[in-house]
Design a protein around this ligand. Structure first.
Ligand code: HEM
Length: 458
């Protein structure tokens, strides 16, 4: 029941603590990661108040509560990331656009880069980059798995989506700059030398210069008809305004979109890829099952020409493995919204203009629909149908939901599936510390960066 404004204003605020003046609970939020929510959830329940990143905030957990938020876009909530994220990622980024019609039309334009045809054309270059990366791992005694996954997914997102053509050193420098941007995305909104926001904005400036050069070159190539490599997402975004009679997408819009695709597409998939290394190592039977399915579809080791998007989509066990990774180790912990009016949630008042942070990780971890919730069991997805019951649907939300669901989810799944096929087809690996301490901010990662010993499969 949503109720009228006056009724809702008389409801109690959710329980919780607003912390100390100005800082609120920001420091605990940034430092404690997962513990921040789990400890408060235990004390206050699925809906609690806090004060983080300069804003009064309601944290929302549980499928039914999350459903109300995700399906309440525009009527109850609108998108609002913290001010620092908006300044660092740019106001034209899809996730930052809060106006319904502008968001819808920009989203439609970007979706073109993730339709079936586009995804099919990304398979080959994605596989080539992943293959080259992982075949180098056995040459070293030990690699840091998480670092390597970050490098690999940055290369895939940079080359496949944006057509980057940088050398190794430039790519390493850009990856480091990106890390700085990412680490400072959620900062207090104060810009002075050395502040988190300041570091994030400087990283943005460097990346934007690199991206502008690429866009200018790509526009020239398209105009001359000389761009011969595979079609990347950026070309599709540029071409939209060449082919169709509509407002020209400005350079600023293109730059923000490119930065957003790189941001959204690289650290999330790196986190999931390192979870794959961990979970598969701990479950050799799952590796065997994947190998059986590869045999069934005649996917050969060391062969980067055969794999098609159609075949990948037929592989149900592989699909289950990726689903299970994203259930147990979702790369994004949740999302931000702003209440456009005062409304009721779980018997409490959510006041107009407060920030709402819906939780993916805690919602999946506490959902009743998963038996043995902590167990890694891809087979569970054979019998699980979350589509019949409306609120069950929101028990599994690694890519969010509603009108702001992840736009790159099919590409992310494609990348992760190709990674698994390449790993299982070509390598064996040993993880000396298979239960590393995890940090969950900004994405889950092992604190020891996951040392691994790789060997080539005979
Ligand atoms: C939005 C998760 C990969 C692009 C989202 C949201 C989630 C998410 C949960 C919604 C956030 C919200 O409700 O505010 C993930 C996960 C990924 C992944 C878990 C990898 C495993 C990607 C990739 C791309 C991408 C590969 C593009 C290359 C985006 C964009 C949005 C978004 C542009 C904003 C959509 C909008 O506001 O309309 N993602 N994502 N993501 N994602 Fe992803």
């Amino acid at each position: 029941m949503t109720g009228t404004k006056d009724q809702n204003s008389s409801l109690p605020l959710p329980p919780g603590s607003m912390g100390i003046p100005f800082l609120g609970e920001t420091i605990s939020f940034v430092l404690q990661g997962r513990l921040f929510t789990s400890s408060r959830r235990q004390s206050y329940g699925n809906v609690f108040k806090t004060h983080i990143l300069g804003r009064p905030t309601v944290r929302v957990i549980g499928s039914e509560n999350v459903r109300k938020i995700l399906m309440g876009e525009h009527s109850l909530v609108t998108c609002q990331w913290p001010a620092s994220a908006k300044m660092i990622l740019g106001e034209n980024a899809l996730a930052m656009l809060s106006t319904g019609s502008i968001h819808t039309s920009r989203r439609k334009a970007v979706l073109k880069a993730f339709n079936y045809e586009a995804l099919s054309s990304y398979v080959r270059p994605t596989q080539q980059i992943i293959h080259e990366c992982i075949m180098k791992w056995p040459e070293r005694d030990r690699i840091l798995g998480y670092h390597e996954c970050q490098g690999m997914t940055f290369e895939v997102a940079g080359k496949v989506l944006l057509g980057f053509n940088f050398d190794k050193q430039e790519t390493t420098d850009l990856t480091k700059t990106f890390k700085r941007l990412q680490n400072n995305l959620f900062s207090l909104p104060v810009n002075y030398p050395g502040s988190g926001l300041n570091k994030g904005l400087e990283a943005r400036k460097i990346l934007m210069e690199a991206i502008e050069k690429i866009i200018t070159k790509r526009k020239e190539d398209i105009a001359n008809g000389s761009h011969t490599e595979h079609v990347d997402a950026l070309s599709l975004l540029i071409q939209k305004n060449v082919d169709e009679d509509e407002d020209e997408v400005t350079m600023d819009q293109l730059k923000d979109s490119a930065l957003e695709l790189l941001f959204a597409g690289h650290e999330t998939t790196a986190s999931a890829a390192s979870s794959i290394l961990l979970h598969l190592f701990k479950h050799p039977k799952v590796i065997d099952r994947v190998a059986i399915e590869m045999n069934k579809y005649k996917i050969l080791n060391n062969d980067t020409t055969e794999l098609t998007y159609e075949t990948i989509n037929k592989m149900t066990y592989l699909n289950n493995v990726v689903k299970e990774i994203l259930r147990l180790s979702p790369p994004i912990g949740g999302g931000f919204r702003r209440a456009v009016k005062t409304f009721e949630l779980n018997g409490y008042q959510v006041p107009k203009d407060w920030t709402i942070m819906y939780s993916i990780r805690d919602t999946q971890d506490t959902s009743q629909v998963f038996q043995n919730v902590d167990e890694f069991d891809p087979g569970r997805w054979n019998d699980l149908d979350l589509t019949t019951n409306q609120s069950d649907r929101f028990s599994y939300i690694p890519f969010g939901g509603g009108t702001r669901a992840c736009i790159g989810k099919e590409f992310a799944k494609l990348l992760l599936k190709v990674f698994i096929l390449e790993l299982v087809g070509n390598c064996t690996w040993k993880i000396p510390n298979p239960n590393p301490r995890m940090k969950s901010f900004p994405v889950p990662y092992p604190v020891d960066k996951l040392p691994i010993e790789f060997s080539k499969k005979e």
